[in-house]
Write a new protein. Structure first.
Length: 274
């Protein structure tokens, strides 16, 4: 199967927290019926053994160790940037890419490179690429938020916005790229920016590719707006306060001394949305 590509407007094309029901349906059979397991301090990694046959000089153990090294580095950055440090080991499944495409295509209306549903599941490769590392960073945020408050269902704009922001920030980006900035402003001028309330469902799974791309970009742009205006330390405090308070608006009032509607209005004005 040819590799599917993300929507043109935005790079990630990932889905976040699906919930326990989806996780139960995932299963644990590899392409040839087996996964290999390897552990680090904070993670349990299950690698589809079919990847071994494509690994060439990289080999199974080298690949596994590289993935775990990337995950441990992401864990350290997660604590530094978002104040999230899961205490229990997180489970990560790295799937053969063809099997991932075949098995999980029905979960999404748009292309996906990974998702979180009780465990992190990613579309693998025969080596650790920058794209794979980015996906691991993104899904780690979903796993960490769930570990911190398993009974709290965050609005998708916050869940995905934090994951997008962390993925970008950990990769060296300080803010939206010029292309992303131009895209969000173009959507705003066309009247395509949704309210945060409209993006407050548990996930973007039901969106078609183009609306999903816009929803991800808007969520990232709003979190980026908060980080630039109030500082990254306050963003981390906002996220952890929302988890404790079980309320986004209470978190906003406590950390930013503003209600969510006021913060949203400032963001819309910045990007030129009506």
């Amino acid at each position: 199967m040819p590799r599917r590509r993300a929507p043109r407007l935005i790079v990630p094309a990932l889905i976040g927290l699906l919930g326990a029901g989806s996780a139960a349906a995932v299963g644990d059979d590899g392409a040839d019926g087996k996964f290999e397991r390897r552990d680090s301090f904070h993670f349990t990694l299950h690698q589809d053994v079919d990847i071994d046959e494509r690994g060439g000089i990289y080999g199974s153990r080298a690949f596994e160790q590289s993935v775990l090294d990337a995950l441990e580095g992401a864990y350290d950055r997660l604590g530094a940037l978002l104040g999230l440090r899961p205490e229990s080991k997180l489970v990560v499944w790295v799937w053969d890419p063809d099997l991932f495409d075949d098995r999980f295509a029905g979960l999404f209306r748009f292309p996906a490179a990974g998702f979180y549903g009780g465990a992190i599941h990613v579309r693998g490769a025969d080596r650790v690429t920058p794209r794979l590392v980015a996906v691991l960073h993104h899904e780690l945020v979903h796993a960490a938020l769930d570990a911190a408050a398993p009974r709290v269902v965050l609005p998708a704009w916050l869940n995905e916005g934090l994951a997008e922001w962390f993925e970008a920030r950990a990769g060296g980006k300080r803010t939206l790229s010029p292309g992303e900035r131009a895209a969000i402003e173009r959507v705003a001028r066309a009247g395509g920016i949704a309210s945060l309330e409209a993006l407050a469902g548990p996930s973007f799974a039901g969106l078609a590719p183009e609306p999903a791309a816009i929803a991800y970009l808007q969520s990232y742009a709003f979190i980026d707006h908060l980080a630039r205006r109030f500082g990254e330390a306050e963003l981390a405090r906002f996220g952890t306060t929302v988890l404790r308070a079980r309320s986004v608006d209470r978190g906003a009032r406590k950390i930013y001394r503003r209600d969510l509607a006021s913060l949203e209005a400032d963001f819309r004005a910045e990007i030129g949305a009506p």
